[in-house]
Ligand binder design. Structure first.
Ligand code: NAP
Length: 339
């Protein structure tokens, strides 16, 4: 059945692709964007058409409530995804406060049938020595980043809301990669750009880290499947192939017929570079690509199983090889890398 949906974070990497897909499937989309948002990831809104824009901020309850008017579904994808910000309190106000406002708006609106909340693998915590599934709850003893902490707190709130009967389905993507806006959320594209422009000469660490890599279009399909058939209150990992960044660079070298890196840059060196980048960022105001918290993340494993989503949502993540075979020519076509 066609729905009227509100998408927060619509101007972002994931949100933009989600809007396109929802529109393609005949849903009517209200994109919640900030007055300052770059709207290049969205189709132009059409008069009386299937896409309309609502301006606001997830921390501004009134604007969110107004945007919910007449909607049946909320996709809540808005978040600050940076691993480091000069003012860390913003992670809580946006990532936790934003979800609280969505839950409050659900209660006040009365028309919302389902909330699909974009959480993150970070909300479950690291998985050193094992592969985790949806039963893992973040132990909340330590966090590599303030972002991780905010997503873990928000996850707890989402699960509490579910237990109180709020029709929410939290979904947990892995590291999202693939074509789309090259925002801070598109971390793999940014690292490949660094690598192919000679600014990242070696592997990051020694390949002992493992992450779960999710292609953006698989994640979008998983979100829409969660709307159509996700069970209320159930968590779904929308993860993909578990692999190290070393493996990613190796596959990239094979696909592009270029040389693999011949050495690993020790994490300590990357951390020192991260501290310098943070210092530089405090002077210039430009956010760093690598910061010490990123390195703390790289010191752990983040490997997950998406079996539940495969069974219940027909989630069908592609392999890294397939995904990268698309990403590399795409970055090349944009002139962002050469090979
Ligand atoms: N990227 C990943 O690897 C990854 C992995 C797991 C989970 N996730 C989750 O996926 C979601 C989307 O991430 P993404 O990668 O698409 O990030 P992104 O490209 O940085 O997009 C973030 C979006 O959130 C919006 N936003 C930020 N603060 C806001 C505020 N105060 N009010 C309203 N909107 C606000 C941004 O708006 P502006 O355009 O105005 O900045 C943007 O549209 C997030 O919830 C993130 O936690 C991402």
């Amino acid at each position: 059945m066609k729905k009227k949906v509100l998408v927060t974070g619509a101007s972002g990497y994931l949100g933009g692709r989600l809007c396109y897909s929802l529109l393609k499937q005949g849903h009517s989309v209200r994109a919640f964007v900030r007055p300052t948002s770059d709207l290049s990831s969205l189709p132009p809104p059409s008069n009386g058409g299937a896409l309309d824009l609502a301006y606001g901020d997830v921390t501004d309850y009134r604007s969110l409530l107004d945007a919910c008017s007449g909607c049946q579904v909320i996709f809540h994808a808005a978040a600050l995804v940076e691993p480091w910000l000069p003012d860390p309190s913003r992670f809580v106000s946006v990532n936790v406060g934003g979800l609280k406002n969505v839950l409050q708006a659900y209660k006040e609106t009365g028309t919302i049938e389902k909330i699909i909340y974009t959480s993150s693998f970070f909300a479950l915590g690291s998985t050193d020595g094992h592969v985790a599934d949806e039963s893992q709850i973040h132990p909340a003893k330590s966090f590599c980043t303030e972002y991780e902490k905010s997503k873990a707190i928000a996850d707890k709130i989402a699960l509490e809301a579910a237990s109180e009967g709020v029709p929410i389905v939290p979904v947990y993507p892995g590291v999202i990669y693939g074509p789309g806006k090259v925002t801070v959320g598109n971390v793999l594209a940014r690292l490949i750009i660094e690598r192919f422009n000679g600014r990242l000469p070696g592997y990051i660490g020694y390949g002992s880290d493992k992450f779960s890599f999710s292609h953006v279009d698989d994640v979008v399909d998983g979100h829409i499947a969660a709307m159509n058939k996700g069970r209320l209150g159930e968590r779904y990992l929308l993860t993909g192939e578990n692999a190290s960044f070393m493996h990613v660079f190796d596959i990239a070298a094979i696909i592009t017929e270029t040389k693999k890196p011949s050495f690993g840059i020790p994490l300590l060196v990357i951390e020192a570079y991260g501290w310098l980048s943070v210092l530089f960022s405090r002077i210039t105001g430009k956010l760093p690509l690598i910061s010490p918290p990123t390195v703390y993340v790289l010191g752990h494993q983040w490997a997950y199983s998406c079996e539940k989503a495969k069974v219940e949502l027909d989630y069908n993540p592609r392999s890294l090889k397939e995904g990268l075979a698309e990403v590399l020519p795409w970055l090349k076509s944009l002139g962002l890398i050469k090979y």
